[in-house]
Design a protein around this ligand. Structure first.
Ligand code: GRF
Length: 224
């Protein structure tokens, strides 16, 4: 890659362990991006602390200060665009986004969702996977589109469901793999190898992904 590193803004609402995985990869020299800012809609999000420790700029924008969703999203878009990012990374950002905001960042906004999409969109994914007796579960990194948790999927991490799993145990195993697949997808984007095609399919190295890639089929370049 030549020129300046990819400029990234990360949006969080909570713990920020996925943010931490990105920070760690940057600090290890394996992810050539600059995290320009971390924005949280919750003032007590621990991810803000992680960002401060890494000397990354932070901003808090509370949705409670806005009368409605469009007003909050307009302010959010202004705030993000002030940093002129090449990529916006949603990392546990617990907000439904308006179509206008999603359209504005088409092809340059990623999300991670803790299920094997299209299964289990929305909340409580681990509980729901257990309830219906899934044999495998996992997480998906996808481009963000207007459909909630429905955007084109790039990479999935798969874990087998164990007989004695509860939601917390299952979530913990999935989260470990989230920390591998998110930096991997951001790396592909930073390298210019990944984009969202006009047909709505992700393209990796020029090849349209009809199905997401799976971590178990991958020789990952970033992590081992
Ligand atoms: C992760 O499980 C992610 O898939 C979901 O929210 C959780 C965020 O965790 N979108 P963290 O804040 O990155 O620790």
């Amino acid at each position: 890659m030549s020129g300046s590193p990819l400029s990234v803004v990360v949006l969080i609402s909570g713990s920020g362990s996925n943010l931490q995985a990105l920070i760690d990869a940057v600090q290890q020299g394996s992810l050539p991006i600059r995290i320009r800012a971390v924005i949280a809609n919750e003032a007590d999000a621990f991810g803000l602390e992680r960002a401060r420790r890494a000397a990354i700029e932070t901003r808090i924008l509370s949705h409670r200060d806005y009368p409605d969703r469009p007003a909050f999203d307009a302010a959010l878009m202004d705030l993000i665009d002030g940093f002129q990012p090449d990529l916006v990374v949603l990392a546990g950002f617990m907000r439904i986004l308006t179509p206008g905001l999603v359209a504005h960042y088409r092809g340059r906004m990623l999300n991670i969702h803790p299920s094997l999409l299209p299964k289990f969109r929305g909340l409580h994914t681990h509980e729901r996977a257990l309830e219906v007796g899934e044999r495998e579960h996992g997480a998906t990194v996808h481009f963000v589109t207007e459909e909630l948790d429905g955007g084109p999927a790039v990479l999935q991490a798969v874990v087998p469901v164990e007989p004695d799993d509860d939601a917390a145990r299952l979530a913990a195993r999935v989260l470990i793999l989230e920390h591998r697949i998110y930096p991997q997808v951001v790396l592909w984007f930073a390298q210019g190898r990944l984009l969202l095609g006009a047909d709505g399919l992700p393209r990796l190295d020029g090849e349209a992904l009809q199905q997401p890639l799976r971590l178990d089929n991958l020789t990952t370049e970033l992590t081992s």
